[in-house]
Design a protein around this ligand. Structure first.
Ligand code: UT7
Length: 329
């Protein structure tokens, strides 16, 4: 495949109305505090979906903004790829609900789950479909309503995650702009370190499952942290190798927003000064598959990315999965 073949031509994002700050946990009876959360993670607040808000509604709002920015109408979409680990329903996919909501009457639509790396995987899938000649215009969404699947009694996890959606429209590359390299990996031997043990078909929801909270996310934080640092370092190396670029050629790095300490370690390994690293984990928490496309949309709208700039994206998540992209805008 000859690159660049596909480019990102429009982005958008959406978040729920309600903000939950670190100080708000006390009122929820959770034994934590702003100092611990800020020091260990860099998170100050996150958005939490309320009544009437869903993965479909957030994704559709983000999709409409991305289509508007791209100058594309819903019937022009050939494919919708929605990356999520918190679908509205287990069957059918949330992607088909978005397809119906936005009126993408011609589009094939499906969900993928690569956890926090989902949007990176989705972009790679979109590029592949375009390379095969099967699609001209693809909507890739990363979206989560993790607040609905976290254990609100587990302070190890409930302070970390947030809800939101980021959407991107991809079309054929022009003028040498677009995806210069893409890298995807996984290691399922470490699946138990970050998981949702029950609620799937292996262990359906029962009163016992609910009582023990095993239909919610569980995480061995320290182990996940170490693997995130290692894998994101590898992913940034592979992204640069693939694009035949050095870190000095990268104008902005947009890493997955899980923890400021992981972001800083990734930046250090890649040789990127923090001024060239986009950070919004303080305002959103970890929005898993939504984190990179939300950050991308913010960076574009804030003028941090201008035509001709080269951006590196690096993701890591449950699975484990990890991956990276280098894109010229
Ligand atoms: O999206 C991709 C996947 N996710 C990640 O990349 C997250 C990776 N992991 C992390 O970001 C960090 O490991 C955490 C932020 C989850 C935890 O930070 P840590 O520095 O690794 O802390 P720890 O797990 O070693 O816990 C330290 C202490 C424990 O107390 P003891 O056992 O030392 O007395 C915890 O019980 O902090 C305690 N603790 C808390 N204290 C106040 C855990 N959660 C909280 C909390 N508030 N919310």
């Amino acid at each position: 495949m000859k690159r660049p073949l596909a480019m990102i031509v429009g982005t958008g994002h959406a978040v729920p109305k309600r903000i939950l700050t670190n100080h708000d946990f006390a009122a929820l009876g959770i034994d934590t505090n702003d100092e611990w959360i800020t020091e260990r993670t860099g998170i100050k607040q996150r958005y939490i979906a309320g009544d009437g808000e869903s993965l479909t509604s957030l994704s559709s709002e983000a999709a409409r903004a991305a289509m508007k920015a791209a100058g594309v109408t819903a019937p022009e979409l050939d494919v919708i790829v929605l990356a999520t680990a918190s679908p509205d329903r287990l069957l059918p996919s949330t992607a088909v609900e978005v397809q119906a909501t936005i009126g993408a009457t011609r589009a094939a639509a499906f969900d993928i789950d690569a956890a926090c790396t989902g949007w990176v995987y989705g972009v790679k899938i979109a590029e592949g479909l375009m390379a095969m000649g099967d699609a001209e215009t693809v909507l890739v969404i990363g979206a989560e309503t993790l607040s609905r699947i976290v254990n609100w009694k587990d302070r190890n996890t409930c302070v970390l995650f947030g809800d939101g959606a980021g959407a991107t429209v991809l079309k054929r590359s022009t003028k040498g702009r677009g995806i210069l390299s893409a890298y995807m990996r996984s290691d399922g031997s470490l699946a138990d370190l970050l998981q949702r043990p029950a609620g799937g078909s292996l262990r359906p929801v029962t009163p016992e499952v609910i009582a023990e909270g095993s239909n919610c996310i569980t995480m061995a934080g320290r182990e996940v942290f170490k693997n995130a640092v290692r894998s994101m370092a590898e992913a940034s190396d592979r992204a640069l190798d693939g694009a035949k670029l050095a870190s000095s050629d990268i104008d902005l790095m947009i890493p997955h927003q899980a923890n400021i300490r992981i972001i800083e370690a990734t930046a250090k390994h890649a040789g990127m000064p923090m001024e060239k690293v986009y950070v919004n984990v303080d305002r959103y928490g970890n929005t898993s598959a939504a984190s990179i496309p939300i950050a991308l949309d913010e960076a574009l709208r804030a003028g941090r990315i201008k035509e001709g700039m080269t951006v590196m994206f690096v993701g890591f998540g449950a699975g484990f999965t990890w991956g990276s992209l280098v894109v010229r805008f």
